[in-house]
Each structure stands twice: as C-alpha cells, then as structure tokens.
Design a protein. Structure first.
Lengths: 266, 266
C-alpha cells in the first residue's frame, strides 16, 4: 500500500501529475522546501505597466520571473514547465469579470501569441521558514486560508494599475515577534518584513474578525497581529483596471518551482 | 572663509548646484550616507526589453526606480529632481556610438516624449558600509577608479539585450572576507553579495593587472580578490545592442538620491 505524500514530491513530479489532471486541488504543503508562486498572465499591451507596478511595489509584488511574450514556460524557476497546464486550477477574466475556472489554459496560449506570464513570490515560502523556527502559523494550524485585509497604504501607481496594499495577518506570540520580523526581513523576494505590528488601525484595518479576503483566525492572549504585504495586492490592482483579458491561478492553487525557499534569501 | 565640503551637502543642495552648472566633475564622496545611482535613458520601444533584462539579472542590474515614459524626475528617490540636468555629465549615444558628453540633456527630453529613465543601484552605497566596518576599499585609498573585468558568467537575455556579467574587484584582507560578504549580502539593492572570492580564473579573468574598465589596484600579501556584480553590466548590454538612442551618466558622475544607503537594506 502506498500513501500519497504531496510534501515528498519533487516539483517536477508534482507539475507532471497536475499536467496529467491527477491533481486539481490546492497546493498547500506540496514539495516541502520548494518555493511556490502566484501567476498573472496579461496581454503584452498591459505588460509594461504591470512590470513597472511590480518594480515600484516590490514588497507586495516580488517578481520571481517574467517569461517572454508568448513563452509558455518559466525557464529559470522551472525548466521544462508548462505555464498553461502546470497549475491545478486557473481563473480567466474578460473585461475584469471572472468567466471560467479551468484546469488548462493552453487554448488561450494557442489563440494568441502576445501573452506575458508573471511569477510572483508567495508567503508560503516564508511560512515554512517561520515554522522551522517554531513560530506558529495560525491559519495552517486551523486549516483555513490566511486572513487578508485591505489597507490605507497606497501603492505606487504605474500606468493603468493602482490601488492600496493588501496585507496578510498572522498572530505571533509577542516574544517571537522580533524573530518573525528578522526571518521574513531576510526573504525580500517573498514579501520580506512586515509592514505593521500590533496596530491594525494605523493602516486602516478596523475589524480583524472580518477579513476582506480569506478566513478569520484566532488571536490568543499574548499574541500580536503582524501584517505582511500580500500577493493579492497585484491581483487586486489588475482586477481594478478591468483588463480585456487576464489569467491568474485560482487562490491556493499555486505554481510549483524548482527553486528552494532557502535559495530565495540570496 | 568657507571650505567646499561635498560630503556635507544634502542631495537636494548638490543637485541644485549641479543643475546650475556649478559642479561638473565626479560625485565620489558627495552627500555622505546617501545612495547614488547609475542612469540609463532609452526610448520606450526598448524599455520593455531593458526592464526585463534588469528583472532577470537583479544582482548586476539592481533597479532602484523607473520613471514613466517622458517623465523627467525620479519622483520616489528624489522628489523635485530633474533627470535631464541633475547629473554633472552625461553621455549620449546614437546607434551605439558615443556622440557627446554634455552637462545638460534637456533638449533631448524636449525633442521626444518617449524617453524612459532607469535608476540603477551603485556600489558606492556598499563601499560606504564596508568603510564603516573598517574594511579597506583599495581604489578609494589609491584615488583611482575601481577595477572592472569582463567575465564568462552569462546574463539572462531579454529581447535585444544580452551579454556577460561585468564585475568589480576589491582586494580584502582574508580575515575580513566573511564580514565583507555578510555586509554586502545584506544590501541586495546595490549589487548584494560577491559572485566570486579568490579564484578569478573560475569566472574567466586571467590578468588582474589589466582590468577591462577602470584602473588596476594593489593587492597586498594576505589579501583576497573579491568580485562583485557591477553596474557596468547593463550599460555594456545596452551598448552591445547598438540602440538608436541612449543617454547614460558619464562614469563616476552619478545621480544623487534623497534615500540613505541604510534604507536600501530593507
């Protein structure tokens, strides 16, 4: 008898299974130690503005890789990958409206040759570093999605893209806050240090119990809510601009890279 | 009697003096503690490829800021600045050939509205951190330009831009090499950690006494040559592509920003 162990898969194995349609669910816990990434695919006409938006807001939008227009592989972070098939579930937007959640978007890449794919760092990477340091990650303990909040922190605009920063929140025991800051500050390619510690109202968050995205989590006595820049920020900026066409990953259904989280520190 | 003290100027004061034509020489030692940057100005048609080249080669090409097309100010790193006048000396290239070294390029910005300005991090920032830690910076001691070498390390290509990494070399006393690595690794926005320590031939450098750019410096007994990614890399890649039009700063004549070197750590 064999047990399916997603943490033990290599990223190439996991991508192959996803490509064959054997995995269609979230990738949380897959390929222990390897970085996962957010996907945004835009027509070339919007790509300059989006690349500039990411360059100007690197904490919320840490770019890991940008493929050439029409390229269907992240050649540097995952040689041999197929961007159009290696994510378990995609979201397709037309004029800013979600039209479809397919498991394969190769038809769109076949239809047009101007699609530019962006791979953006994901907090899964720094959460694994926190867990190694015995710092709790509440939403993993509780088996829910991380709570995310809109803030009053403006992003630097770029062309058609603008908006405020979205943050994720993790309650950290107050004695471990300095370690959590130091660990994540050392990983700038996956959001880096927190933007706020302990004073949600200072960044325009009034009700921790009702996040704007994801799920609420328990904050225990002696714990401090700590807020990190979140990869939903670029997606929110893209959606707000109502692009004629856009593909993203479905939440939690990430792109698995061949690069280890530790390699993202340097 | 007053003595001219360039280190004591604020960046805004120094930019104003440069703008009035009162300073036309190199900016080494200006505005102590503040980051200086490399300038590359390209027509919008080439800007996507160049932005992608920088994104793919962040150690050699650490982008600090990209202005909007036609914008003449680095609004984030130096509010109120004038990109076309605030550098003591520029270089203008046409079809890849250096045609002029003016102190003002506002005529070119007036002539066309498609120019995109890139501000790229500079090793002056990490040298000031090394000096603070009592680590010697030989070319400053000897009053010459830093030695720079072509290597066999290929950059990731992007569109028309390709080439090998150019590195700068500083001889470091062997006991201080770990500190020099740690200090610069903590400053990824100004080139970050070295790419090679002590084995120049491993990256294709055969003769330290004859650098490809800059000047040779003395390597004393007990010192190790340490090689860092160099901001000449993007300029070399641009020149190799022979763009129809390009403006850069003249070597050593940098853009003075309002951002402190220490702020680039985070």
């Amino acid at each position: 008898m064999t047990t399916f162990d997603p943490a033990g898969l290599t990223p190439a194995q996991a991508r192959a299974m996803i490509r064959r349609g054997e995995i269609t669910g979230p990738t949380t816990g897959f390929c222990a130690g390897y970085a996962q990434g957010n996907l945004v695919v835009l027509p070339k006409a919007l790509a300059w503005d989006f690349l500039l938006f990411c360059q100007r807001n690197p904490k919320a939008c840490p770019l890991l890789e940008v493929a050439d227009a029409g390229e269907r592989s992240f050649a540097r972070f995952a040689p041999g990958s197929d961007i159009a098939k290696d994510i378990p579930r995609y979201r397709v937007y037309k004029d800013g409206v979600l039209t479809e959640e397919p498991t394969d978007v190769s038809a769109y890449f076949a239809e047009r040759d101007d699609l530019v794919s962006f791979l953006i760092g994901c907090s899964f990477s720094f959460e694994s570093a926190l867990l190694e340091a015995d710092i709790p990650v509440r939403q993993i303990e509780e088996g829910v999605n991380v709570p995310m909040y809109n803030t009053n922190i403006p992003c630097q605009s770029a062309g058609v893209f603008h908006g405020n920063m979205v943050v994720s929140m993790r309650p950290i025991p107050y004695k471990q806050v300095p370690a959590a800051v130091a660990i994540t500050a050392g990983m700038p390619r996956v959001h880096g240090a927190p933007v706020q510690i302990g004073a949600p109202e200072a960044i325009g968050i009034t009700d921790l119990a009702h996040p704007d995205f994801g799920d609420a989590v328990t904050i225990r006595p002696g714990e401090v809510p700590v807020f990190w820049p979140c990869g939903v920020t670029p997606q929110a900026a893209v959606m707000a601009s109502k692009p004629a066409f856009c593909i993203t990953h479905a939440p939690g259904h990430m792109f698995l890279t061949d690069v280890k989280n530790t390699a993202l520190r340097f």
